[in-house]
Design a protein around this ligand. Structure first.
Ligand SMILES: [Zn+2]
Length: 277
């Protein structure tokens, strides 16, 4: 077995990313899209981090510098590597697809499958952030967060919303235990001149819609389930995660854990694919 294979491990709270462990090093292959903004001398707030403090080819966004897309990046954004310390303190490098610069940062700008007024996203996508600003959760039970969390009343219906540039209906790919009771749908999305499959993962459901089975089509407005706290006792919320299926992977043939393994699908910032309000 190759060292790289031996170093693969599971990061459960960040959507079971199968990540590659880079032993003793924070250096990843490929350029991370976000890089920590340099420490300013004195007591400058992030607002004072002028563009001049970010390296050429990047702009400040909060406390990070966001790399501007290269001209030859085209309309599509390839997966980038990032990293964080796992629960054992090891530095783990993973792939993720960060928010594209032209997509609004404000979570309130998007449509969600549950009723959502202002501030309904309480925990956002942070796998593109520096390690020390990623979610840790209670008892270090989380390491980063590759999704958005939407607290709702228990039993709130979850109603499918199409993704941006989605082609046709979503199709149910999985119903059962994963992140508590979970429904996964597969959506074909036109991007960068081609059609790609995305997965939408609805986690911690009280229950799926009765009769929802793998292969069923889910049209806009159709219910997929009800908000609950399975797998997250007393924290009633919808965990909504989006992942881009790797080219050539036939998701329907995979077990649910393999569907969301990094080798088969790459976690992406939901703001890239959710529709704007
Ligand atoms: Zn979550």
């Amino acid at each position: 077995m190759k060292t790289e294979d031996m170093a693969r491990l599971l990061v459960p709270a960040s959507a079971a990313l199968v990540a590659t462990l880079a032993l003793g090093s924070g250096v990843s292959r490929g350029a991370p899209v976000r890089i920590a903004a340099p420490e300013a001398e004195g007591a400058l707030s992030p607002a004072h981090l002028a563009p001049a403090l970010c390296p050429a080819g990047s702009l400040p966004d909060g406390d990070a510098c966001v790399r501007l897309p290269d001209e030859d990046d085209g309309p599509d954004v390839e997966a980038e590597s990032n990293g964080h310390h796992d629960k054992q303190g090891h530095w783990v490098v993973y792939e993720q697809i960060p928010r594209r610069p032209e997509r609004p940062a404000d979570y309130d700008a998007y449509r969600y499958p549950v009723p959502c007024q202002h501030g309904c996203v309480v925990s956002g996508y942070d796998l593109d952030r520096p390690d020390d600003t990623q979610r840790r959760g209670r008892r270090l039970s989380h390491v980063g967060h590759g999704a958005v969390d939407l607290p709702q009343k228990k039993g709130t219906p979850i109603t499918a919303v199409p993704l941006e540039h989605q082609q046709g209906d979503a199709e149910v790919a999985y119903v059962g235990p994963l992140f508590g009771t979970t429904v996964i749908t597969r959506c074909a999305v036109r991007e960068g001149g081609q059609v790609r499959d995305y997965l939408v993962l609805y986690g911690h459901l009280d229950a799926p819609t009765a009769g929802l089975t793998v292969g069923a089509h889910v049209a806009e407005g159709q219910r997929v389930g009800f908000v609950g706290d399975t797998g997250s006792p007393e924290l009633v919320h919808l965990h909504l995660e989006t992942r881009r299926v790797r080219d050539g992977v036939e998701i329907a043939k995979l077990a649910p854990g393999a569907m969301i393994a990094n080798e088969n699908s790459v976690v992406c910032d939901p703001r890239n694919v959710l529709q704007l309000r």
